[in-house]
Design a protein around this ligand. Sequence first.
Ligand SMILES: [Zn+2]
Length: 233
Amino acid sequence: MNETFSLYRLQQLDSQRVQRLKRIKQIDKIIASDIALLRAQSVVRKAMEALAENEQMLQENSRKLDEKVLKRKLTQAKLFGGKISATKELQDLQAESEALARAIKVLEEEEMNLFVVNEARQSTKAKAETELQNIRNQKASENSKLLGERENLKAQLPKINSQREALHAQLSPEVLEEYTTLFKSKGGVAVAEIFDGGCRVCGVDLSPTEVQQASNPNVIIKCKSCGRILYKI
Ligand SMILES: [Zn+2]
C-alpha cells in the first residue's frame, strides 16, 4: 500500500472539508450579523417601548380622571342634595367641587396631549415596521443566494467524509496520528510535494537520497526544514 499517496490524498480531502466548513461558518456569520437588519429591529423595539410607555400614561391619566369625575359627582350631590344646611360645610363642599373641576380640566388637557403623542408614536412604530419588513424582504433575496451556497457546500461533505474514512481505514494508526498532528500544527499542510528537488512548501533543497527515499511508497520521510511528510508525485 502506498502510504504517502494515501496521506497526500487525505490531505486534499481534509483541505476541501476545512474550506467548506470555513465558508459555512462565514455564511452563518454574515446572515446572523446583519447590521441593517439589527438596526431596523432596534428601531421597531424602541418605537414599541415608547408607544407602550405613552399608553400606560394614558391609562393612568384616565384612571385619575374617572376618580376625580366621580368624586366631583358625589360632592355635587351632597352640595345640592338639600341635606346639608351649615353654611361652612356648604362653602367647603363648593370649594372642593371647584378644586375638583380644575383638576379635571388639567387631566382632560393632559389626556388630549397624550392622545396627540400616542398618534405620533403609532405612526413612528408603523413606519419602523414597514422599514424592517422592506429590509427583511431585501435580505431574503440576498440571503437566499448565500443559503443556496451553504446547502451546496453541506451536501458535498458526506462524500468527502466517506472518502476520508476509507483512507483512515487504510492507514496505520501511528501514521494517521502523525499526519493529524502535523495537519493541525502546520496550517493544514501536513504533506509537502517534492518539486524541482526541493520541498514545495518551505522551499528547502533536498538531497538526491532524500528524494529517492521519498519516492519509496512505503517509507515516510519528513522535510528536514519544515518537518512535513514529503511526497514525490
Ligand atoms: Zn519543507
